[in-house]
Design a protein around this ligand. Sequence first.
Ligand SMILES: *Cc1c(COP(=O)(O)O)cnc(C)c1O
Length: 357
Amino acid sequence: MTKTKIDVTLSATRKEKPKSDQLEFGRVFTDHMFVMDYSPAKGWHDPKIVPYEPITLSPASMVFHYGQTVFEGLKAYRTKEDKVLLFRPEKNMERLNLSNDRLCIPRIDGEFVIEALKQLVSIEKDWIPTAEGTSLYIRPFIIPTEYYLGVAPSKFYRFMIILSPVGSYYKEGIHPVKIYVENHYVRAVEGGTGKAKTGGNYASSLRAQEEAAQKGYSQVLWLDGVEKKYIEEVGSMNIFFKINGEVVTPEVNGSILEGVTRKSILELLKSWETPVSERKISMEEVYQAYKDGQLEEAFGTGTAAVISPIGEFLYDDNKIVINNGETGELSKKLYDTLTGIQKGTKQDPFNWVTEVK
Ligand SMILES: *Cc1c(COP(=O)(O)O)cnc(C)c1O
């Protein structure tokens, strides 16, 4: 597979690129995309880069019915020296294959897909915005394409990568968000699909998200699906707390999504010799720490916002305001360090960054 040649068809026209101060998240797409198909006889085959365009599928295509889909999300950055950098893409490919295993989708060759991704990003280099906080969001995904209404794994699949220039997550630098602690709906349980990046997890989160938004909260904090006691994660971010000098994040337990950002933050904190633990942590413990004056910071981590400081939780009827609703010192330092490594302005002692030539 690794030796397979990628067929390239360039678009005859080029779209107008958005101005860097008008970028939103995931609304505009570049001129080309990567496509590769799977069949039982040929395996993954026919990898190609083609003009970005709509695709045609039968209404009976399995993608429209039972949600057997997986996706990934990562970013490319353009440095001041005009280099293009990817952040730990091999971790996204490993996770894509874990999601594939869970959803009965055939594994992809991660190394080959990274080569394809680099080729695509290199063709679309001019689409990578350079302004502070902007980047090119990369969305690899797999859909089942067999025409069949029976409930079974599809025999045929399509893998695609599309690219979208995205703006700064926070218009005026990082700023804290308000989070609603969800006490009715649940996201996932152990043995379910919570640890896979699969569409159904997001479909089932929308109701809670809508209700939290109506109450003035930007995201929900999910508790465990069995006792609604232990903290899981936030929307599409993992979560960290700083309590009395120690950083705590929920352990990987089979229902949370193991973020690449989460992993990187843990490695950074360990290298700084900051006390950090991955363990079960209950919302009651966080509330108690708050009442004792020991809850110093809380933040979410994910590719989109990198670090998202949390200024307030609504927990049942209790408002928990953290650090006066302002960004904490550790959150800021982690944000500056990680975004600096990603954009090539800070040293990369862990070799996390891969250059696209
Ligand atoms: C993608 C995602 C994350 C964050 O993962 P990163 O690899 O850090 O972007 C966390 N939780 C959920 C539910 C996600 O989908």
